[in-house]
Design a protein around this ligand. Sequence first.
Ligand SMILES: Cc1cc2nc3c(=O)[nH]c(=O)nc-3n(C[C@H](O)[C@H](O)[C@H](O)COP(=O)(O)OP(=O)(O)OC[C@H]3O[C@@H](n4cnc5c(N)ncnc54)[C@H](O)[C@@H]3O)c2cc1C
Length: 377
Amino acid sequence: MKNYDAIIVGGGIIGLATGFYLSKFGKKVLVIEKRYPGAGSTGRCIGGIRQQFSTSGTIQLARESLNLFKELEKEFGFSVEFYQGGYLLLAHTEEQKSIFLKNIEIQKSFGINVEFISAEDIKKQFPYVNTEGLLGGAFSPEDGQAFPFLVLKGFIKGITKNGGEILTETEVSSLIEQNGKIEGVKLSDGKIINSEIVINAAGPWAKELSETVDIELPFAPERHEAFITVKIKKFEPIIPMLVDYRKDGCYFNQRINGQIIGCYTPVPNYPGKSTKETFEFLYEMSRRTARLVPTLEKVHVLRQWAGSYTMTPDGNPVIDKTEIEGYFVAGGMSGHGFMLGPATGKLLASLIAEDKFYINMSEFSLKRKFQSKELLK
Ligand SMILES: Cc1cc2nc3c(=O)[nH]c(=O)nc-3n(C[C@H](O)[C@H](O)[C@H](O)COP(=O)(O)OP(=O)(O)OC[C@H]3O[C@@H](n4cnc5c(N)ncnc54)[C@H](O)[C@@H]3O)c2cc1C
């Protein structure tokens, strides 16, 4: 029987980033994935990366992640299609505008490059945006995008190069605990693999997995749909992630290969792990996209799909140890697990390897009260 310093359940961005940074600490890791890497939410996300958050913890975590994204090409030896085309959050109401102005003050106090720009300036800078009814927007030119599957590929290569292993098509049926300490995992074929450290990075399935050792996680998956168009000529400048906060809003950007990719948050929400896609989304997403950038009206949609946002009551992740010694959780990533993934993995790795977080992570503690609310979804 092989000895592993850590077993990670889940081959999404969180599990693989954690495995990668742990392996850089010299730890021998085993990642166990029930299907294939990216089969969960990560392979279904649209790859947006931003630092515009509303609390000190999320802003710092996002800033750390952005810095890590910048290094990935050098770290992996190939491009992950990281591109800083910006995020433009649109205010169509005075209330939204004042939320942005308040957040910008906090963001600037952490050194984030972000400004509120008027509707006239938006028209000048991004002439393709329909500014009817628009009061302006919060713009950070440093936000951007990357291609999720290339990021996963890099982490996988790094883990194996550093002596770690990845088991695919292998399901963990339960965690094993004895006298308040984690001992390993049991697979669905009955096999047991031991380790003194187990990390639950099972995304939408993390809650059920944790129940096998009686640790409650406040996670609730919701269905979110997305679409992608055929490649079109690149806009000048490339369409940043336009986030329309109206009730029937949406968010989309142009990928660096020319495709338009986007989603919207359904109102009311659609609880559960269903990944069934709907015609309603296809119709509505097309309408909302063309309303914001009218020249996109005739662009063909290539495909649509659905995945999960694993929500917590305050819309922010849990990245923490648990009452069971050696059992760690990184989940409830809500709508920002891809962008926060590299920093989540690196911080969790430092907690496990060095028994400390190198930034204040109290906002992500499992024992927090979940009273506040992340304002920038
Ligand atoms: C449509 C859509 C758009 C999104 N857009 C963005 C975006 O632009 N930017 C952003 O930051 N985030 C975005 N997100 C959110 C993001 O995708 C998630 O927050 C992130 O992928 C969560 O990563 P994860 O590793 O926690 O979970 P997952 O990627 O779901 O990984 C968990 C893995 O665990 C495996 N697993 C589960 N249970 C077991 C078990 N018992 N045994 C073995 N393996 C198991 C699963 O198969 C899965 O592969 C979007 C999500 C959706 C659905």
